[in-house]
Design a protein around this ligand. Structure first.
Ligand code: FES
Length: 68
């Protein structure tokens, strides 16, 4: 299944499917995840993953699709 990224309301990017996340040097973060949440609020202490900090920080981010 190709990867799908869902923008959650006032929360993370939810990534589901076949994917690999690597650092700047190409080293993978996770070996075989099928789903995870990527932080988009900038408040996580576990970058690049969401740790739930968006809730207490009051982060607001649009989640409706619009032309890019
Ligand atoms: S989106 Fe959840 S901690 Fe940033």
């Amino acid at each position: 299944m190709p990867a799908k990224i869902k923008v959650s309301p006032n929360g993370p990017y939810l990534v589901e499917g076949e994917f690999e996340i690597v650092d700047a040097a190409g080293k993978p973060y996770e070996a075989s995840k099928k789903m995870l949440a990527l932080c988009r609020c900038g408040q996580t202490k576990n970058s690049p993953l969401c740790d739930g900090s968006h809730s207490s920080s009051g982060f607001e981010g649009p989640s409706e699709a619009r032309p890019l």
